[in-house]
Design a binder for this molecule. Structure first.
Ligand SMILES: [Fe+2]
Ligand SMILES: [Fe+2]
Length: 276
């Protein structure tokens, strides 16, 4: 990848940002985001705005994979094309809801974290491992809880919207898992690409870890953003094709995360500093 196609954030080389309309202010670090931790009116708009922008990135990543890997199996390319359509719909639904709540495009800073990490990968398998299996797998866990949070806050419209998006995300994770199982038999070398992709995400996560006490643009403690309360969405992970052994591993990681968090105020990981 040429230097022009990359950027450096906290010493980590990442893919340079995709094009954005002039109304958006693009930032590169979670400390520059204006993310709120509550459900106030401004926080509701900010949450929808961030989620809308993340869905747009999901569309862009899937589309970029179609463009970058024309020799990928046709069926896989069809799944990615369908995913593009789903992510477009998700973006538009969230944008509509944002407008209904009085928000606007560009109201809050945006960060292309998922794009910048995922699009560093130079194989279709590594891209799928990062985007679909890691980020969207994590989003499945988060969406179930977020839907409850919006319902508890009295907004059943947004809650139902998130439930609908979750249904599509399960399918995006599922087709990816199905392909990995198939490829594990046909070409075990693919699994090395998956492992190195996951290791890359871990190293980025480590490098971007906020310092203790570091706050974002609206004074919210970045370490307080760790979603330790997000328990793995076991039922949906089963539907998405994760094996019992993989689910057991996720639960073990969660236990370790909670143990470490109890011992220290530091978060154990920030896999998605711009998680919805
Ligand atoms: Fe989506
Ligand atoms: Fe998705």
């Amino acid at each position: 990848m040429t230097p022009a196609a990359t950027k450096v954030v906290r010493g980590v080389t990442l893919r340079a940002d995709p094009a954005r309309e002039a109304c958006f202010r693009v930032v590169h670090d979670a400390s520059e985001l204006a993310d709120y931790a509550d459900m106030s009116e401004v926080a509701r708009r900010q949450r929808l705005h961030k989620h809308m922008h993340n869905e747009m990135q999901s569309l862009e990543m899937a589309a970029q994979s179609l463009a970058d890997f024309p020799d990928a199996p046709w069926e896989l390319r069809m799944s990615l094309a369908r995913q593009c359509w789903d992510e477009t719909r998700h973006t538009r639904l969230l944008y509509r809801r944002l407008l209904e709540l009085g928000g606007r495009k560009g109201e809050f800073p945006v960060m292309n974290y998922e794009w910048s990490v995922t699009c560093m990968a130079d194989s279709i398998w590594a891209r799928l491992a990062i985007q679909n299996r890691t980020f969207e797998g994590g989003e499945m866990d988060l969406l179930r809880r977020l839907a409850r949070m919006w319902a508890d806050a009295g907004d059943s419209v947004t809650a139902e919207l998130l439930e609908g998006i979750l249904t599509d995300e399960i399918q995006h994770v599922r087709f990816c898992n199905t392909w990995f199982k198939r490829m594990a038999k046909q070409d075990p070398g693919v699994l090395w690409k998956v492992v190195s992709a996951v290791n890359f995400v871990r190293s980025v996560t480590q490098a971007l870890q906020p310092a203790p006490g570091e706050v974002n643009a609206v004074g919210v403690d970045l370490n307080g953003f760790e979603h330790v309360e997000v328990l793995a969405n076991i039922d949906d992970r089963r539907l998405a094709g994760f094996s019992e052994a993989e689910i057991a591993e996720i639960l073990e990681q969660e236990d370790a995360l909670h143990a470490r968090t109890r011992q220290s105020s530091r978060p154990a990981s920030t896999a998605r500093p711009d998680a919805v």
